[in-house]
Design a protein around this ligand. Structure first.
Ligand code: AMP
Length: 406
């Protein structure tokens, strides 16, 4: 039985790794000839809008799913005429547009920060007047990992934003001085069965996830219940099938939904070693209509993302007399830790996605799983020096949510 997956990045890679023990085969479609899944599965290199390629890709597949939420909705709709596609393209459509997504949350009674639609300088002024400053201006579509967004703190920031406003639909959101960021992973099967993982605490740097702690430390049961209620409402309203992630801000003891991803999610990587059933396996079980596996945590986990931090070539070459040599090796700076050093830490698990390093690119992750929060803290302190840089947020892990204890 062959499953088709749109997108061939690390999420697809880990879906395939979870599917092989279930006897599944995979075929991926990705525009990049470098897509990491090429190492382990059939890969079609074509644009998502290439109908002839989509037609060929879909031939003989049991179903199609996706690991990338910016797959064009037309491509998903085109495929639904040939083969079942899960999650439903309606979920893709809602998640691709921040305004539609927040409208959906509101319609379902899920709290969000205040927001307004902005398409021109006049609307930005009006929105700032209503929402106040600070506020966050984001492109409504195609933003991820903090790209396409600006924090407006002062009238000067607003004036600058007005003069540089891109000609696309934008959303202005009231800035939330949150206590912490949490995410929930929920899964709904083709036969309507649902299951929800414990909430995860997330720490970002420059808009990119660096560290997840799971289950989220010091979590009030009422907060877990609120996240589960929100997730169930979205799952049922969209007749969703597969894993869905919703990201929240915890603010004044309540949850505000920020965004959702209709796919397996980076903040769920801990489930590979840290839950009875991983998000990847449960996504496959859901789309195939198989019974879901337990989402219970099996210990306490920290997941650290390994992000490429090579300098931008253009920045290096802007320096007179600078000569840049990129050999696909990692001599510039330690992009990746030494595997032996990571694996010398008991309870550490290393995942490398086989991607060539680029700044801001997710190259791999490390998960530590321990029997207690104290043991987890000990293991984190034993990580090699590579992880003791501030961008790994280890301080947050060693004194998680310090502000919550206040
Ligand atoms: P997003 O692309 O919406 O996930 O935003 C990336 C990151 O920016 C989030 O993880 C938050 O840390 C921050 N952020 C986004 N929106 C807001 C907001 N309305 N208030 C405060 N911080 C925000």
């Amino acid at each position: 039985m062959t499953i088709g997956i749109l997108g061939g990045g690390q999420l697809g890679y880990m879906l395939a790794l979870a599917g092989y023990p279930l006897g599944l085969h995979f075929r991926f479609l990705d525009p990049s000839p470098e897509a990491p899944v090429g190492r382990i599965a059939q890969r079609v290199t074509a644009d998502y809008t290439d109908r002839a390629a989509l037609e060929k890709f879909s031939s003989g597949l049991e179903l199609v799913t996706y690991e990338f939420e910016n797959v064009p909705v037309e491509a998903a709709n085109f495929l639904t005429e040939r083969v079942p596609v899960y999650p439903p393209p309606a979920a893709l459509e809602a998640a691709q547009d921040r305004l539609a997504e927040k409208d959906l949350f509101r319609t379902l009674g899920i709290a969000t920060t205040e927001f307004a639609s902005v398409s021109n300088p006049g609307e930005l002024d009006a929105a700032v007047k209503t929402l106040g400053l600070p506020a966050v201006l984001k492109t409504s579509r195609m933003g991820y990992d903090g790209k396409g967004q600006w924090i407006l703190r002062t009238a000067e920031d607003v004036a600058k934003a007005k003069s540089e406003l891109p000609p696309v639909k934008l959303i202005l959101e009231r800035f939330v001085p949150f206590t912490r960021e949490l995410s929930v992973l929920a899964v709904r099967s083709r036969n309507g069965e649902t299951a929800i993982y414990p909430l995860v605490e997330n720490h970002h740097r420059n808009g990119i996830l660096r560290l997840s702690l799971a289950p989220a430390p010091r979590l009030e049961p009422s907060i877990q219940r609120a996240a589960e209620n929100a997730a169930r409402r979205v799952l049922e309203s969209l007749k969703y099938v597969g894993v869905l992630a919703i990201e929240f801000f915890e603010h004044r003891g309540e949850l505000l939904a920020n965004e959702m991803a209709p796919r397996v999610h980076n903040s769920g990587h801990w489930t590979i070693e840290g839950a009875v059933t991983s998000q990847f396996e449960n996504h496959l079980r859901a789309v195939l209509g198989l019974p879901l596996g337990s989402t219970a945590a099996a210990g306490h986990c920290a997941m650290l993302n390994l992000i490429g931090d090579l300098p931008e070539s253009s920045e290096v070459l802007a320096v007179p007399d600078a000569h840049l040599h990129l050999y696909g090796m990692l001599n510039l700076i330690g992009d990746l830790p030494e595997s032996a050093e990571v694996l010398a830490v008991p309870d550490a698990h290393l995942h490398l996605y086989g991607k060539s390093p680029r700044p801001g690119r997710k190259l791999g992750h490390v998960t530590l799983r321990a029997a207690s929060p104290e043991r987890l803290a000990l293991r984190l302190s034993e990580l090699p020096a590579f992880f003791h840089r501030p961008d790994f947020c280890l301080d947050a892990a060693l004194a998680p949510s310090a502000s919550l204890r206040a």
